[in-house]
Write a protein that binds this ligand. Structure first.
Ligand code: NAD
Length: 370
């Protein structure tokens, strides 16, 4: 019988296929033990697609991505394709997906697992139990604004310029996603901009406040300037629940927040688009890390970031929050049991390979579901 949950897997390059194989084991476990089956299809993106079809994303794969409930991506890129012209590079495949799926809300959770509190550069008591979510606007703002360019002035100097602009619609749609997510968490949203020095920031604050008054008065809303937010994230990160901010500030604040938790190999992300006529929201899930060519093929990659990205898809695309929680608990328990891939190894802990970590996670799921 055809599954009503459709998932396109794009393993990509480098460690992408290795970590995705471990996620597939968890999907198969869900099929067996939870009677949740996905209609899974596979496609190529990045260097793998260039090698096969001469382009980082074929029109067929793009059409597949548009037709499924969710896309799960590994990572793209590697030295083999570094010398290609910009338009043909592996990363263009990912950019095309994000653009054509119109994925305007980028979700970056920063969760600190108890077993890894010492991996943070902050004191353990500041990060123990940390669980914040940054929602970054992904398709507007200064990275895309016009006019942009570099020009030569009459006096011979050169001038580089970019434009920050947001429409009320662009602000409201990402704020709406953030308010809705806050409702499912601790019900607090902090909206971040620079309304003290930027008109686009003034509009951002006005629109978020207006939307709050119209639809989300039950959510506790606060506003903060981006520079203060950067400071507060290292001073007292646990004060936040959900943060919503623009493309530029979100780029920086989400990396800052991520690093509070330790390793790249642990960090998932989701990018969400609008809701279509059938009520389905376009969605792409991927680890924050890249293709890690330095360790590819060596059984050293940490599969947890990709597994947690899959867990995010269960929560946000498939309405399977209990199963997402089960996977997150399995990750917590396996780490608490002392197993570590090389990137998160600590003194006295057992260093394990990618597949041993994957197998241990499946066994832990077995225990949890027993
Ligand atoms: P990277 O994230 O691939 O690796 C940075 C460092 O972290 C490396 O030392 C790597 O070994 C380690 N690392 C990353 N993920 C890990 C994991 N799961 N387990 C263990 N260790 C891990 O970043 P980079 O080295 O700057 O880039 C490598 C390639 O990846 C480049 O071609 C880059 O363009 C591409 N890239 C792709 C994406 C993406 O697909 N979204 C994101 C970033 C970089």
């Amino acid at each position: 019988m055809a599954s009503n949950k459709t998932l396109l897997i794009l393993p990509g390059d480098g460690i992408g296929p290795e970590v995705m194989s471990e996620v597939r084991r968890v999907m198969d476990w869900m099929d067996r033990r939870r009677a949740v089956s996905f209609g899974v299809t596979y496609g190529k993106v990045g260097g793998a697609a260039i090698d096969e079809a001469g382009t980082p994303l074929t029109d067929e794969t793009m059409a597949d991505a548009m037709s499924v409930d969710a896309v799960l991506l590994g990572a793209v890129g590697g030295p083999k394709w570094d010398s290609l012209p910009f338009e043909q590079k592996p990363e263009r495949g990912l950019l095309r997906l994000r653009k054509e799926m119109d994925l305007f809300a980028n979700l970056r959770p920063a969760i600190c697992f108890d077993a890894l509190v010492d991996a943070s550069s902050l004191k353990p008591d500041l990060v123990a139990g940390l669980d914040i979510l940054i929602v970054r606007e992904l398709t507007g703002g200064i990275y895309f604004g016009e006019p942009r360019g570099v020009e030569t002035l009459p006096d011979g100097q050169r001038r580089g310029f970019n434009t920050q602009n947001y429409t009320s619609g662009e602000i409201r749609r990402v704020a709406e996603v953030a308010f809705e997510l806050a409702r499912k968490r601790d019900n607090r949203l902090c909206s971040v901009e620079k309304a003290n020095v930027m008109e686009s920031g003034v509009l951002w604050r006005e629109e978020v406040s207006a939307l709050h008054g119209e639809q989300f008065v039950d959510v506790e809303l606060s506003h903060m300037y981006a520079d203060n937010c950067a400071m507060q994230l290292v001073r007292q990160p646990k004060q936040f629940d959900v943060i919503v901010t623009d493309n530029l500030f979100g780029d920086m604040l989400s990396d800052e927040a991520a690093m509070l938790t330790g390793s790249l190999g642990m960090l998932p992300s989701a990018s969400l688009g609008g809701v279509d006529a059938t009520g389905r929201r376009k969605a792409l899930y991927e680890p924050v890390h890249g293709s890690a060519p330095d360790i590819a093929g060596q059984e050293m990659a940490n599969p947890i970031a990709t597994l947690l990205s899959f867990a995010m898809s269960l929560r946000y695309s498939f309405d399977l929050a209990d199963d997402a929680e089960l996977i997150e608990t399995a990750v917590k328990n396996v780490l608490a049991g002392g197993l570590r891939t090389a990137d998160i190894i600590q003194p006295g802990k057992a260093k394990v390979s990618t597949t041993v970590m994957g197998g241990s996670l499946v066994r832990e799921l077995d225990k949890l579901a027993a």
